[in-house]
Ligand binder design. Structure first.
Ligand code: UDP
Length: 322
């Protein structure tokens, strides 16, 4: 049976991936420094004989080296994520995202272990060339605006991974994750869906940033996990970049309405200027829609849950029903 290492395995997506791999009978190792992940996310897995966890940072090379050696595939999900966190701690974001990936690729290369690198739809930046295709230009803002450091740090990760493939034949697969949602995601780092659901359930104001006409397309974490596992096992995915997302777009105003209706909440929907929500001069991404043709053609990917279905799972989770 294959053995996999998940960096950031106690995070929201990492913990769902661990579950998915265990379900397939794999041996799963995770490493997580619990900076944004939480032991609560994997508490239900701790007693499984095939589940092993290490609380440490991927920057701890001797520890990571041992784990990489023990596994066949590395899913590198450890990263500083969430726009709010990035705006607040840019140094940590850049260092974690760039140095962490450097270490993972360097160690995996010693024994040519396959590495799947989790990148982000943020790398498309302010591009208006929608839907975003993997080969499109990336349009980033100025270096004086902290928000873009996340996209830039992830773009460097992608360049580095592709360089390892071209120059050293290290098998890598890069995925650009679009807004991924589901149970266990926390709103602590600004993510909109858990934030709105919690606000609605508590009867607090639902805080739409900007005028709410910006849009996103949301994907169920279970669909993302299936795609990650399929791609990691597909020989033709090596050396390639894939969008993982859902083509359906919704504005943040519509999302607020939908959450309010589904929770039967009395909450008021309020609009908060970006400058107040994030930082002076904050630039948001107006629209973000993936083209998922490449993923569909290679692995037959089809999202299984639509937004109301995903929201119901998140609502159940925060109502204590899941
Ligand atoms: N957003 C919002 N209210 C919140 C949190 C986020 O209106 O309480 C907006 C945010 O400005 C962005 C969208 O929701 O336009 C998605 O934000 P999130 O941080 O979830 O992900 P992003 O797509 O920005 O990475």
């Amino acid at each position: 049976m294959p053995r996999s290492l998940i960096t950031g395995g106690a995070g929201f997506i990492g913990s769902h991936l661990a579950e998915g791999l265990l379900q397939r009978g794999e041996e799963v190792y995770i490493i997580d420094d619990l900076s944004t992940g939480s032991i609560d996310n994997v508490r239900h897995l701790k007693d499984r004989p095939k589940f092993h966890y290490q609380i440490d940072t991927v920057k701890n090379e001797p520890v990571l080296a041992e784990l990489v050696d023990a596994c066949d595939t590395v899913y590198h999900l450890a990263a500083a994520v969430g726009v709010k966190l990035i705006v607040e701690s840019p140094v940590n974001t850049i260092e974690t995202n760039v140095h962490g990936t450097e270490v993972v690729l360097k160690l995996a290369n010693k024994k040519k272990k396959k590495v799947l690198i989790a990148s982000t739809s943020e790398v498309y930046g302010k591009s208006n060339d929608l839907p975003f295709r993997e080969g499109s230009d990336l349009v980033l803002g100025p270096t004086t605006k902290g928000r873009w450091s996340y996209a830039c740090s992830k773009a460097i990760d992608e360049f580095l991974a592709i360089a390892y493939w071209h120059e050293k034949r290290l098998p890598v697969v890069i995925v650009r994750l679009f807004n991924t949602v589901g149970p266990r995601q926390t709103g602590r780092y600004g993510m909109v869906v858990p934030t709105f659901v919690k606000q609605a359930l508590l009867g607090h104001p639902i805080t739409v940033y900007g005028d709410g006409t910006q849009s996103r397309s949301f994907t169920y974490v279970g669909d993302v996990v299936n795609a990650l596992i399929e791609l990691a096992g597909h020989p033709q995915a090596v050396g390639q970049v894939f969008n993982i997302g859902n083509g359906k777009e919704i504005t943040i105003n519509q999302l607020a309405q939908m959450v309010k209706k589904m929770t039967r909440s009395e909450s008021e929907i309020v609009h908060i200027p970006y400058d107040e929500a994030y930082e002076q001069g904050f630039e948001d991404t107006c629209r973000r829609v993936p083209d998922i043709t490449k993923l569909r053609e290679l692995i037959g990917y089809q999202p299984t849950l639509d937004l109301p279905g995903i929201l119901q799972k998140v609502i159940d989770f925060y109502s204590g029903g899941a």
